[in-house]
Each structure stands twice: as structure tokens, then as C-alpha cells.
Write a protein of this length. Sequence first.
Length: 384
Amino acid sequence: MRSIWNGAISFGLVSIPIKLVNATENHSISFRQIHTADGGRIRYRKVCELEEKEVTAAEIGKAYEAADGTLIPITDEDLASLPLPTAKTIEIVAFVPASSIDPLQMDAAYYLSANGVPAVKPYTLLREALKRSEKVAVAKFALRGRERLGVLRVVDDVIAMHGLLWPDEIRSTEDVAPDAQVTVREAELDLADALMDTLGEVDLDSLHDDYRAAVEAMIAAKAEGGVVPEEVPAEPGGGKVIDLMAALENSVRVAKEARGEEGREVAEVTPIKGRKRAAAAPKPGGADTKKSTAAAKKTAPKKTAPKKSASGADKSTAGKSTATRSTTAKSTAKKTSATKSAATKSTATKSTTARSTTAGSAAEKSTAKKSTAKKATAKKRATA
């Protein structure tokens, strides 16, 4: 890279010869002015007002315009004679924490390169000292005819310098802040924090100038006589915010979709909804919702009762139990409960043994249900 300034860093009594190199470059697309009628190039020519003729660059000098319009000529010799100790020196005046530098003061950036072999050792010393102290160096230097303020910091293994604006060149924030007094709720702050967390961090190397790319594509298309790319409709946005909370919630949702997190969000929410549905739905073997589960449990054994009535007490009652089922609508509540089993007696007091025989086992299971519950269940089955 071509150096734009040669000088030295003044570090106390240590002098470090350096070369100043631009650390940034401008990729903006520049245009020329033309005459729209015929496409002719428009050029600016420097003309002397007194002689009304064009002059060359060698004939042009500097002057200061006073308040009354008088021009005071200033020569390069006049400027060179000024007592400017930083004309060829970057003079370090202090070492401060990086957080003490206001980003508003940041200006152009430069790389400082060691100029020659003798400069390598002191250059490395200053670089490592800055690294270990975790501070930056505030310096004064002169460039392009004026003294400037700068800050030196380490970037990789290179000392970089950022030009700083003088404090009096930073405008005050007075009359810029909103005049209206508003109150921000905690819920709004929480949503704003959620949006910030969702957007997260970004690799700056992945960001590109889409506008410049579109301009280059348009220029290439026009140069080849092709079709100019159509304008992509802008996504709806902006406008007046009616509901701040709704806007924040939608922003969080859109940001998650853009980052591909919508799938994970569904995966987290679905099981919660599933558990709620499972809690509300009747379980086949549970004790909740007696009406639905009891009916579901007792309807299935009806068909198997005649086949599994292997009780030694009374095998001949299988036919009677089948006949009793067909007449449950006309029988009393006690007789209906008796028809629940195919191998039990027809009395209401032994209905519990009938329930155990319908389960397909010879051993009887005792139940602790009240007689009122048995009657209600028998009535439902009778009506069915």
C-alpha cells in the first residue's frame, strides 16, 4: 500500500519512524455529469474572474476570505514557517481507556507501518505496551495543512490510528431529544430485550452493500443493451405505529423466522399444548371422569361375559343372564345391576362378583363403590 505521510511517533524520548497508510477505501460508485440533450460530458473549468480565462493547476494558490469578502493570499512558505511541532511527528500526549473515547469523535482510519529496520524494535515495544495495558494512546499530528487529534490502538499486529474530531467540533445534543414526556412500561422493555436477543450478534463480514450491487447490475445490463432489472417491491413496513406491543411481538416473530428459529419455537410449544390436552382428555385406566371412563370400561366386558362365565357356582345361569340383558329396560335397578355378570346370582347385592367374572378371571374382585353409584350406572346401561 502506498504511504500518504512519512514521519515519526514521539513516545517520550523514543522516536519511531513510521509511514502512514490509509486503512479504509471507498467503494462508492461515482457518476459523471452529462448534457441530457446529447449526452455530452459536463466539465468544470477553473476560470480567473478578472481575466475571464481558464488557468492551470500550477497557477492556482490559496487565500483566506475575510468577513468583508477580501481575499488574503496564503502561500505554502507562510504555512511552513508556522511553529507546528507535529508537522512530521505523531506526538503521544496520554494513555487512556478505550471507553473514554467518544465514538462521535471517530474520523478517518490509518495504519502505521514501521519505516525501516531500526524502527521495528521500538514499534514492537509500543504495540506490546498498548496490548498489555489495554489502553489507547491519544496523540496530536498534522496532516493536509492542519493539526489533528488521533488515537492509537492495536489491530492484529499493527498499530492503527483513528483521526479524532476536536471536542468543539462535536455538536451539542440540545434540542435533538424528543420534547414529549412518555413512560415506557416494563413489558415493553421486556419485549425490546427479547427482540435484541433474537437478533443477536452478526458477523460484519457477512454484510454487503446491496444497493451498490444493484447499481452495478443495472450498469452492466445497460452497457450490454439488456433489460434493466425490475425494481423489487419494498416490504411493507414503517408508517405509524399504532400498537407498540404488537409491533414488538411481530418483530420478535419475524426475526425468529428470519434466523430459522421458528421450527424450534414450535417444538417447544407443542409438547406443552399436548400435555394440556392429555390432562383434559379421559384416561382409559385412570380415576378421572367417572361417567365416561366407567361406561367405556363396562361396555367391553358385556360381550365377553357369556364366554368367560366359568364360575363353578352356577353355569346354567348363562342363558338366564343373556335373557336378562334383553329385558334390562323393563327390569328394576337391582335386577339390571345383576345382569352385569354372566355367572352370578340375580340379586343386586352380589353385583361386585359379577364385575370380577366379566374380567375373565375365576377369582372375584371386591369393589368399594356405593350402592347409589351402582344404581346410576345400571340406569345408564339400561337406557343404552
